[in-house]
Design a protein around this ligand. Structure first.
Ligand code: SAM
Length: 407
């Protein structure tokens, strides 16, 4: 007589079977990556199945063969492993749809006064390498690595169905793609993408040209800081917007009655700003050129401002760049503090993960000493809710700003 089959214990570990190839983590990396950190560097990888295509989905395991999760693997990439889940679920259409749904749900009710927001913020929304911004009915998408490139059709279908966007364009022309062995591409994805993508932020009607704009079109991440500065300026006061791009800060300040001046080295952005100022019934003075040179010129002309914003591009892409970046912040803040009227506000922002709030404070402290000015730190601000900062992903904190008031 055969023995009766054992009733499976409820607490027995589920046996995990999979047809996917495996990547084995070094023991030193398992805890970090199992703790929902999404990136594995080359030193974290013990072994990988042979013949993997760039960006292929793999099972990620520890040296004992236990599953840690699933991710994209690209041996040639600067970051070979990018985790997608920690439960071994399928990476299929349903997975991408659920990720987009969760991203939209996370933002529900938190982004107000505008029809433009970031709907996917890469690994901070569980999809490393996909950025998508929505402007009204138009979607702007960027694919940054070989994994998302392989699944682009699944991701685009999920984005199209879940956002309801009637047209979409791609701006995957970021240099990051080269490190993944990918070409830079841009163009229409679906629908009739307008020549001018129009949207609003509070009472401002804004626009950009999809193929001429920087990055995915507009710096949505400074929305809250633009509102903050607008709330501080007084009618008639002079406002200086350094590294203005299309002048979001300048336009908000001008709407509050300030006399705005914008500085940027991007002529296309300044021409958009000029059109937007006219369309919104305000005036903004434009200065094209290098920010620090323009600041020196304004100082020489003995100009004074009631509020100033310094919002440079990512000045530190690596840790080694930090000292140079701090010098640029110090030089800019010194000029700004000299030209600020007593009681005036200075906002200094960094969009570089490697530059911390303390670096901004250090740079401002040195600048204040050189300018012989005292200042109070009024606020420290971070990126808005459509650019999530996940506790398990330190890199997802990137936008930090300090607001100073000159004494
Ligand atoms: C982070 S964006 C500014 C975003 C802007 N504050 C907004 O709210 O839309 C940085 C800007 O700095 C400009 N830029 C970069 N280097 C510059 C330089 N040396 N002098 C002047 N502008 C510069 C870029 O063209 C870009 O428009």
């Amino acid at each position: 007589m055969s023995k009766p089959a054992k009733t499976p214990s409820k607490t027995a570990p589920r046996k995990y079977t999979s047809k996917l190839p495996s990547v084995i983590l070094k023991t030193s990396a398992v805890r970090r990556i199992a703790g929902r950190y999404p990136f594995g560097h080359s030193g974290d990888i013990e072994d990988a199945a042979p013949g993997l295509a760039p960006g292929e989905v793999v099972d990620v395991r520890d040296e004992g063969g236990r599953l840690v999760g699933r991710g994209y693997f690209n041996e040639q990439g600067a970051t070979p492993l990018r985790m997608l889940n920690w439960d071994g679920g399928e990476i299929d259409q349903k997975f991408y749809r659920q990720r987009v749904r969760a991203a939209l749900e996370r933002r529900r009710g938190r982004i107000t006064g505008t029809n433009a927001m970031r709907v996917l913020h890469a690994e901070a929304d569980g999809l490393p390498g996909v950025v998508a911004d929505q402007f009204g009915d138009v979607l702007s998408v960027q694919f940054r690595n070989a994994g998302v490139e392989r699944h682009r059709d699944l991701i685009l279908k999920a984005l199209r169905e879940e956002t309801g966007a009637t047209s979409a364009f791609e701006r995957s022309d970021t240099g990051e793609r080269r490190k993944e062995g990918l070409e830079l591409v841009s163009g229409v994805l679906w629908g009739n993408v307008p020549e001018r993508v129009e949207f609003f932020e509070d009472d401002l009607n804004l626009h950009f040209a999809p193929m001429d704009a920087q990055k995915t079109g507009f710096f949505l991440d400074q929305r809250d800081n633009r509102r903050l500065m607008r709330s501080l300026v007084q009618p008639g006061e002079a406002f200086l917007d350094v590294y203005s791009y299309t002048g979001g800060f300048s336009l908000h300040a001008a709407k509050a009655g300030a006399q705005s001046t914008a500085i940027d080295k991007d002529k296309v952005a300044l021409s958009v700003l000029e059109q937007e100022a006219a369309a919104n019934g305000v005036r903004v003075s434009l200065r094209w050129g290098d920010a620090l040179e323009q600041l020196s010129a304004l100082e020489k002309d003995r100009r004074q401002f009631g509020a100033i914003v310094l919002d440079p591009p990512t000045l530190a892409k690596r840790k080694d760049d930090i000292p140079r970046a701090k010098r640029i912040f110090t030089d800019g803040a010194e000029s700004a503090l000299r030209m600020l009227t007593p009681g005036g506000h200075l906002l200094i922002s960094t969009c570089a993960h490697y530059i911390r709030v303390d670096d901004l404070l250090d740079a401002a402290r040195v600048a204040a000493g050189a300018a012989e000015a005292g200042a109070e730190v009024i606020a420290v601000t971070y990126q808005p809710a459509d650019h999530p900062h996940l506790l398990s992903v330190p890199e997802s904190l990137y936008l930090k700003s300090i607001l100073l008031r000159k004494e």
